[in-house]
Design a protein around this ligand. Structure first.
Ligand code: SF4
Length: 439
């Protein structure tokens, strides 16, 4: 009987793509996807270590997996991703029932590690593979998918004071443009119409390797037949250059949504974070984008309670939010990460105070999100139909070019591009009804 694997993914989109690669590898090794944990012979946790809370959750899952493993002989547990890279040997010392610990550059060897574990030989693989051999593995794509994520680079050279990414994902490495383009051509051949280009800092794509610049990569992707929408994540406010900004006016396939992490609105805190831009520089890029592409949507990331952040610093963040009125954002309380510069900083913000600031920021964001959604009521928006609505199986769902989810009736087939009249707005999504003619 064929064995089955259950993959649980924590963290960012980069991990989601890595998990899709892990599934491709295990599928080639004869494994099926287990519908539930209980059905699985192999459990694979693809972990995140960006915040302390993520670590705690993963170790709690590992406690559950110890009992899961005891219930049936021959079961295996593998832990990959950023926490595996960070904790390595210590992870296995804390959870000895884990058979395989593998880092962010060791994905390509997964089937071999599983075969060894079948012979009761555990593996800890944490080397940073400079050849990035896992990029040759094509990520699994669900049947009928019209949108796909494509990693264009990995790692980061910025070493922002709070961030563990350069330590666990390694230094920045870009893929060859020819490989990216051929992956996207193959995706287009399978019906994909939208690609989301992924990297920790996509705007510095190819600079170290002397590859074509990021704007040129976007142009070449845009020329691929059937690709109707291009998105990218994450942009760094310092590296988002004028050439890329101008493309938002010229290139129709470039979706009018930019995720531009601000982190803090205070110049003093931005400097302590080592972000390399000021509040003014950030706002001038937002202005330039708005002038070139009216109606463009913005989302962001915020950290509150960074060491030394005062109430005045925090109010600067709220004031930038008031100016930009982001469509959405991810916000977190500062979490000290081992090995980062911020972990050595002494002036900590009182945790209760930081929690209260986070509450205030999220309340303001909820107000802005509502405001941005309700402005759409009564308008016609164009959506790419992605599937069945999660909130109502009788409805379809799709996304606008501005990245807003729309649930609508009656429901065209997946992959259609349709014009929808927006009739209502929820907390994070829109509701509408389909117009009869194609957009
Ligand atoms: S740019 Fe800064 S926050 Fe983003 S991944 Fe690199 S080090 Fe981390």
């Amino acid at each position: 009987m064929r064995r089955s694997v259950f993959i649980k993914t924590f963290g960012c989109q980069m991990n989601a793509v890595d998990s899709a690669r892990m599934f491709s590898l295990m599928s080639s090794a004869g494994y099926l996807a287990a519908p539930t944990l209980e059905d699985a012979d192999l459990v694979l946790l693809n972990t995140c270590s960006i915040r302390e809370k993520a670590d705690q959750k993963i170790y709690s899952d590992l406690g559950t997996l110890r009992r899961w493993k005891q219930r049936r002989p021959g079961r295996l547990v593998a832990v990959g991703g950023c926490l595996a890279q960070q904790d390595g040997e210590a992870l296995r010392a804390r959870a000895p029932h884990v058979d395989i610990v593998f880092g962010t550059h060791n994905i390509a060897n997964l089937p071999g590690m599983v075969r060894k574990a079948d012979r009761s030989l555990p593996t800890i693989a944490l080397g940073m593979d400079e050849e990035m051999t896992h990029w040759d593995v094509v990520p699994h794509l669900p049947v009928g998918a019209v949108s796909a994520m494509v990693a264009i680079m990995q790692g980061c050279d910025n070493f922002c004071a709070y961030c563990v990414v350069p330590l666990v994902r390694g230094r920045e490495v870009s893929r060859r443009a020819a490989d990216i383009l051929s992956e996207i051509r193959a995706l287009a051949g399978r019906g994909v119409m939208e690609v989301v280009l992924l990297g920790q800092n996509v705007n510095s794509y190819g600079k170290k390797e002397g590859e074509i610049p990021f704007p040129e990569l976007l142009r070449r992707i845009s020329a691929i037949e059937r690709i109707r929408r291009i998105r990218f994540i994450t942009s760094h406010p310092r590296d988002l250059d004028d050439r890329t900004i101008r493309l938002f006016e010229e290139m129709e396939t470039l979706c009018p949504h930019v995720h531009l992490p601000l982190q803090s609105g205070s110049d003093r805190i931005l400097e302590a974070m080592g972000r390399g831009y000021t509040r003014g520089e950030y706002l001038s890029k937002i202005d330039a984008l708005r002038k070139l592409r009216p109606g463009i949507a913005f989302s962001s990331d915020f950290i509150v309670g960074f060491p030394g952040e005062t109430e005045d610093d925090f109010r600067e963040t709220l004031s930038v939010m008031g100016e930009v009125r982001f469509d959405s954002s991810f916000s977190f309380r500062f979490s000290s990460r081992p090995g980062t510069r911020a972990a050595e900083m002494k002036v900590m913000v009182d945790p209760m105070e930081a929690a209260e600031r986070l509450r205030r920021l999220q309340e303001l964001q909820a107000m802005h999100t509502r405001e941005r959604l309700t402005t759409q009521i009564g308008r016609e928006v164009t959506v790419l139909v992605e599937g069945t609505s999660a909130r109502d199986p009788g409805m379809r769902c799709g996304r606008t070019a501005c990245n807003k989810t729309v649930n609508f009736t009656p429901g065209s087939s997946v992959g259609a591009i349709r014009s929808i009249l927006v009739t209502g707005a929820g907390t994070h999504s829109l509701v509408g009804a389909e117009r009869t003619s194609d957009a």
